[in-house]
Design a protein around this ligand. Structure first.
Ligand code: ADP
Length: 541
């Protein structure tokens, strides 16, 4: 068979020929911006030409500090099509991490949204690799850029005709992109994506066993384009010719619901906190939606959330799992047809697992170096391998604990049942280790969030004089609702043995969130680590 390279050019070229009239819609400060794939393709070529003119060479890294909008999508294609490397930077990282990763990646050009220019001010003298800043916006004042020289994106594009020759044979092994994981300890680590990995990952997004993304869809990635390739949706959606709706800067749940309704979105993707917000908005202001899939990943989707979407809003909900290191799609939860007759509660429990391995990948479950059985009970660390799974960190950084004999050690503790459903029990670092036994913080959280009064819940392990660690729970109540700690414990005790129950349940206004909207349990652990120690007056008896 032919060895045609699996590169982004094949995606772009196909899409330009098959779907020139499909739409890309962006929510802007003043309304919406719309253009068709053919205009998108033209602007991509103009941008590639501009990058060449600026001296960007194949292999050079090009950074973005940008929201989900049409310009960012153009950069997503123009940079790798020219053979250079798209480095999406998480704009919510602490500034010292932003500085670190720009320097570590040695970004030569930075695309920065005009609203994000102030992020560069404290580090402006420390970005020695950056030769040009290109400011994204309609009419940005480039003199406001703390790093110079700065050019305006639209003016730059205006100077080029788009007459550029792409290399259709660009090596599939060459780097397409780079994304750094948000580090909980130490410095962020870079994950480099190859053209081949992204093409195969995009194909996997189109499988009926996963998202079945297709030309007939209108796709809304709420998940930021600076986080794990926005779960691969920009590449897959363009390839398959779906309409794309981009939510712009910092959308609220109300903005999202409005966009989904007005643009008849069929597939939208976000972390559970996004869907919790959307659910609250929908219950306060009901609207008819065309969603065929609310795609949820990044953290465990509480079963109660799945149920609310399907039973109250009649929106099918899909739970998926992955990580920056896996491009990110690794498992996807769909009910096997043979399980369709199981009782409703069992079906929900299966669908709330992280699901089945995506075709193309392999997995193992390992504890103390030994494979544990796939019996739905034995816990072990999930190990993954496959063509869109990283085998090292960029520049070989600190990968010692994470890669072993061709496998990625995910740091996630799971069970796998005989049908193959992966159920994440916890991140290794979030497991509560009480008296030598493991307590799953995720299971406790999900059950708390199934209580009628609870909006959000987080459980962390804190130091205990006798048991090493004990669980502490934090809850946020739904508006106008409340419950006592005793009521919540009684609710939990229906599902868990007594020794699993949190030693205290603390009511808070909000659970702190990470830069990508996951519960930031580290902040709670740091703040409450000695809450149960005898010297602490607040300790419950
Ligand atoms: P970060 O490490 O910055 O959170 P990632 O997106 O790479 O960035 O995080 C991947 C991790 O998120 C996984 O290792 C896992 O712990 C968690 N995760 C992702 N999807 C799910 C899910 N569906 N259920 C539970 N945890 C998830």
């Amino acid at each position: 068979m032919m060895q045609t390279p699996l590169n982004l050019y094949s995606i772009y070229d196909y899409s330009q020929h098959m779907y020139p009239t499909k739409w890309i819609v962006t929510r802007t400060a003043t309304g919406t911006h719309r253009h068709q794939y053919r205009d998108f393709g033209q602007r991509v070529r103009q941008l590639s030409q501009a990058l060449r003119h600026l001296g960007v060479q194949p292999g050079d890294r090009v950074g973005t500090l940008a929201w989900n909008d049409y310009r960012h999508l153009e950069i997503y294609f123009a940079v790798p099509l020219s053979g250079s490397v798209l480095h999406t930077i998480n704009l919510r990282l602490p500034v010292e991490h932003v500085r670190y990763i720009i320097n570590h990646a040695q970004d030569r050009v930075l695309f920065v949204d005009e609203t994000l220019l102030p992020l560069l001010a404290p580090i402006k003298n420390e970005l020695s690799s950056v030769q040009h800043v290109i400011v994204l916006g309609d009419h940005p004042d480039v003199s406001q850029s703390p790093v110079q020289p700065a050019l305006a994106y639209e003016e730059l594009l205006h100077n080029f005709t788009g007459d550029v020759e792409y290399d259709a044979n660009l090596s599939e092994e060459s780097l397409l992109g780079l994304c750094y994981t948000s580090a909980t300890t130490g410095n962020p680590k870079g994950v480099a994506y190859s053209h081949r990995g992204i093409v195969l990952h995009s194909l996997a997004m189109g499988l009926a066993n996963t998202t079945a993304l297709a030309e007939s869809d209108t796709v809304l990635p709420v998940v930021p384009m600076f986080h794990a390739n926005a779960w691969g949706l920009p590449f897959a959606a363009v390839w398959f010719g779906a309409n794309i709706v981009l939510p712009g800067a910092a959308p609220t749940p109300r903005d999202l619901v409005q966009l989904m309704a007005e643009e008849a979105v069929t597939v939208a993707a976000g972390v559970p906190t996004v869907w919790l917000g959307v659910a609250r908005e929908l219950s306060q202001h009901p609207v008819e939606l065309s969603l065929r899939m609310a795609l949820c990943g990044g953290s465990a989707a509480p079963p109660a959330l799945i149920q609310t979407f399907e039973e109250t809003f009649h929106v099918p909900f899909a739970h998926a799992y992955g990580m920056t290191e896996t491009s990110p799609l690794a498992t996807f939860s769909r009910l096997k047809s043979a399980l369709a007759e199981r009782p409703a509660a069992e079906r929900l429990a299966i669908r709330a697992t992280q699901g089945l391995l995506v075709p193309g990948l392999s997995m193992r479950l390992v504890r103390d170096g030994i494979d544990v059985p796939w019996d739905g009970v034995s816990m072990g660390e999930l190990w993954l391998r496959g063509p869109w799974v990283a085998d090292e960190y960029y520049h070989g950084d600190g990968g010692g604990d994470h890669f072993e004999k061709g496998w990625l050690k995910t740091g996630d503790v799971a069970t796998i049942d005989p049908e193959g459903y992966v159920r994440l029990v916890d991140r290794t670092k979030d497991l509560v280790k009480s008296g030598g036994e493991w307590i799953s913080s995720v299971d406790l959280e999900n059950t708390l969030m199934a209580h009628d009064a609870v909006f959000e819940a987080a459980v962390v392990g804190v130091t205990h004089p006798k048991w090493d660690e004990r669980p502490l729970a934090f809850v946020v109540f739904k508006e106008g609702k409340t419950a006592t700690p005793e009521e919540l414990k009684a609710h939990l005790s229906q599902a868990f043995p007594k020794w699993w129950l949190p030693d205290a349940i603390i009511v808070v206004d909000e659970i702190p969130k990470t830069s990508v909207g996951k519960f930031m349990k580290r902040a709670l652990r740091d703040q409450y680590h000695d809450y149960l120690m005898p010297q602490n007056d607040g300790a419950p008896t």
